[in-house]
Structures are given as C-alpha cells and as structure tokens.
Design a protein around this ligand. Structure first.
Ligand SMILES: NC(=O)c1ccc[n+]([C@@H]2O[C@H](COP(=O)([O-])OP(=O)(O)OC[C@H]3O[C@@H](n4cnc5c(N)ncnc54)[C@H](O)[C@@H]3O)[C@@H](O)[C@H]2O)c1
Length: 248
C-alpha cells in the first residue's frame, strides 16, 4: 500500500475534475493537501469534503496560476500551512478550441498562459523548498494531444507539448537533488472539460480507443499517486499515457 503520511501536496486546479480526484487519492494515502483553484468556492468545497472523508488537515487557496504574484502567494500559503511542499501537481488547465485560421490571439495566449506558463511559475517556486529538502515529486498533467496533435486544438496541444519539454528539462536540472519530474498524458477523461462534447463525438472518440471507452478522473489520479510515491523514485523525465491505449 502507498503511504504518503507526513507528505504535503499542492495540486493546482483541484476544485473539481481530475485535480480534485488526485487530491482525494493523495489524501487517502495520508498526505496533507493544498487544494488550489481560481475558483475559491470549489476549492473550499473540495477541501472540506476531503478533510471530512479522511480526517486530515486540508487547505483551500485561491490562485490564478498564470499570475506570478498569485503563484508566489499560493506557495507562501502552502508553506505557512505545512512548512514544506513535497509533491506538486500542475493540473490547472483550460481549452479554447478552434481551427487555426479562426483562432484569436487572445485564445492562444490565454491557453498558453494557464496551461504552460503556470507550470513554469509553480516549478520555479517549488524548486527552492524541494532543493533544500533534497527530495520532491513534480507531476505535470499534460495530454495525449501534446504527443499526437489534434485538429482544432493548436493552442492546447502546443501548451501540452510544451509541458512535456518542460518536464524533461526540469527532470535533468533536478535529478541530482532527488527531485523527480514526470508528466501524465491523459487521453479523453470524463470531466467538465469533455462534457462539452456531444454524445456522437464521444462515441466517435471511443471507437478510436482500443479500450473503447473514455477514462475516469480516478484513472489519472492512480497514475499520479504512483508518481507521488516512493515507488517511482528511479523514474524521471517520463510521460505516462493514461488513455485506454489511444497512443502506443
Ligand atoms: N478531461 C480530459 O479529457 C483531459 C485530457 C487530457 C488532459 N486533461 C488535463 O487535465 C487537467 C484537468 O482537467 P479537467 O478535465 O479536470 O478539467 P476541469 O475543467 O474539470 O478542471 C480544471 C480546473 O482548473 C481550474 N482552473 C482553470 N483556470 C485556472 C487558473 N487560471 N488558475 C487556477 N485554476 C484554474 C478550474 O477552475 C477547474 O477547477 C487539465 O490540465 C487538462 O488539460 C484533461
């Protein structure tokens, strides 16, 4: 069994969806968790629910992770609460889809800032406490479309491919300090993000997936739990796809 007792985890965008399920799984394994989201209401609700379910101290913080000042304050809040950050999950992300000829510059910038710049800002803040502790786990939630592309998602797939490059570079920068940096590339997972798809679109997608179904947030959270644990101590700079076999 994975035991994360006495570990402190910060998960961005964890008020709902995949991030919330990752926070739940880490708390279930014993970790103290910081639930951070741009939406403080959902962050508080998730933190209260997880605290009452597992009896741990949880902290809810509001932060727009594309904003350097917010990110610095978020780390201050996490360090005030738990004195350390052992596990950082860069999960917050959005889509603003459209074919490139019609894609607005503001939609490109918004997606790159929230999905990719955020990971740079959070990793930069995490570097000092993790280097001091000479250990740490950074998990970046990328996407299969960062590996294979997807028509209509130039901004999103570029942000996720960028996240994979960031993961590999930081894995090299931090390896000697026993800080592991890995990415998870989920396929199509049932959350608010994929609720936008019509049933016909979901069926078409499922027909391309060897396991013939969309994934659940818990499927991604299980991979995050493994990467957050000592079981992954000799794994760094990797991308684990959680996609029912879509990319292989
Ligand atoms: N659902 C999928 O099929 C899928 C597939 C591949 C990758 N992903 C990735 O997984 C991650 C989570 O996605 P999800 O499906 O749970 O989406 P979701 O929309 O349910 O959750 C995203 C969370 O991020 C928060 N958020 C948005 N902008 C933010 C900001 N600027 N600062 C802080 N928080 C912000 C939202 O409030 C929300 O709670 C994203 O990075 C997404 O790209 C999702």
């Amino acid at each position: 069994m994975i035991d994360l007792t006495s570990k402190a985890a910060l998960i961005t965008g964890s008020g709902r969806g995949i991030g919330r399920e990752i926070a739940r799984k880490l708390a279930q394994a014993g970790a103290d968790v910081v639930i951070s989201d741009i939406d403080l209401g959902t962050a508080k609700a998730a933190a209260d629910e997880i605290a009452s379910e597992f009896g741990h101290k949880t902290v809810a913080l509001a932060a727009d992770v594309s904003n350097a000042v917010d990110v610095a304050k978020m780390f201050e809040g996490a360090l005030d609460a738990f004195s350390k950050v052992d596990i950082l999950v860069n999960n917050a992300g959005i889509t603003r889809d459209g074919l490139i000829m019609r894609m607005k510059e503001e939609d490109w910038e918004l997606v790159l800032n929230i999905n990719l710049k955020s990971a740079f800002l959070c990793c930069r803040e995490a570097a000092r406490p993790m280097m001091k502790a000479r250990c740490g786990k950074i998990i970046n939630i990328a996407s299969v479309v960062g590996l294979m592309g997807n028509a209509g998602q130039a901004n999103y797939s570029a942000s996720k491919a960028g996240m994979i490059g960031l993961t590999k570079t930081l894995a090299r920068e931090f390896a000697s300090r026993s800080i592991n940096v890995n990415a998870i590339a989920p396929g199509f997972i049932r959350t608010a993000m994929t609720d936008k798809l019509t049933d016909a679109e979901k069926e078409k997608l499922s027909s391309q997936i060897p396991m013939a179904k969309l994934g659940e947030p818990g499927d991604v959270a299980a991979a995050a739990l493994f990467l957050a644990s000592g079981l992954s101590d000799y794994i760094t700079g990797q991308v684990i796809t959680v996609d029912g076999g879509l990319v292989m």
